[in-house]
Design a protein around this ligand. Sequence first.
Ligand SMILES: Cc1cc2nc3c(=O)[nH]c(=O)nc-3n(C[C@H](O)[C@H](O)[C@H](O)COP(=O)(O)OP(=O)(O)OC[C@H]3O[C@@H](n4cnc5c(N)ncnc54)[C@H](O)[C@@H]3O)c2cc1C
Ligand code: FES
Length: 262
Amino acid sequence: MSAGLSVHDFAVVSNEPVADGLMRVVFSAPELAAALRPGQFVNIHVPGDASQILRVPLSFSHADAAAGTVEIVYAVVGDATRRLSQMAPGATSTAVGPCGNPWPAVDGARRACVVAGGVGITPVVACARMLAGSGVAFDAVVGSQTAGRLWGADVLEALGAGTVAVTTDDGTAGRRGFTTDALADLLAQGGYDVVYTCGPEVMMAGVARICREAGVACRVSMERMMSCGFGACATCNVAMADGTYKSCCKDGPVFDAEEVAW
Ligand SMILES: Cc1cc2nc3c(=O)[nH]c(=O)nc-3n(C[C@H](O)[C@H](O)[C@H](O)COP(=O)(O)OP(=O)(O)OC[C@H]3O[C@@H](n4cnc5c(N)ncnc54)[C@H](O)[C@@H]3O)c2cc1C
Ligand code: FES
């Protein structure tokens, strides 16, 4: 395991639904909460199935050093996340972290836009906290398939986002269409220095293209299936534009969009 990573005991404080298929878990792990930086992730052991030895990589939306807690919004998609959704307050396990690299500050950036698709909202909320804390003005685009699966627009507003543009694929909330449509309109107004994004890869590819055309820096948080979570197994390779590969877990999960082979 690389330097800085350790195994932390945690105890669930709360674990509740926040939207259709989306849960928010808050757990207590004071040393981990103090060490995590926005954009990094944790690798959680979810108890309940001895045959499942792999940990679950999850980003976080808030690491509260004062309270000693970590907040994660996650989608229930398969066995491990279903078992995680059943961990009641008081349940205990372990989390490895801090994993990966944080969202980088972009030199001289004064205005940013954050773009979240689906459960990509989790590290995007952490990014917004970072921007708010460092005095960078920001707007936000939050998209989901349908109104029932939306989470986080109000959180981003409370964190100080100027504009929060909501999009849904089916038009049941906000603008009907994709996050990329709303982002293109915002960037057309000018004045942005950097865009931070996490969501489905096809969406991030679109965000990267729009940013390149607008001459705005873009940082993306990539997702890959993971095994070790610390750079030892090559499960999580991300193809780079120069023909090389980087590991999502150790070199990422945040990359400069220009480095990635979309
Ligand atoms: C760095 C990182 C941060 C992440 N942060 C979050 C987060 O904040 N919130 C959240 O809800 N999820 C996040 N994920 C995804 C999460 O790890 C997977 O949803 C989880 O591992 C699924 O486990 P499962 O056993 O419930 O489902 P499985 O049965 O393993 O999978 C269910 C479905 O999801 C697909 N899947 C599983 N893992 C991944 C993955 N890593 N990437 C793409 N598809 C996958 C499978 O192919 C399958 O179709 C993150 C992943 C990474 C790599
Ligand atoms: S998961 Fe093993 S190298 Fe990334």
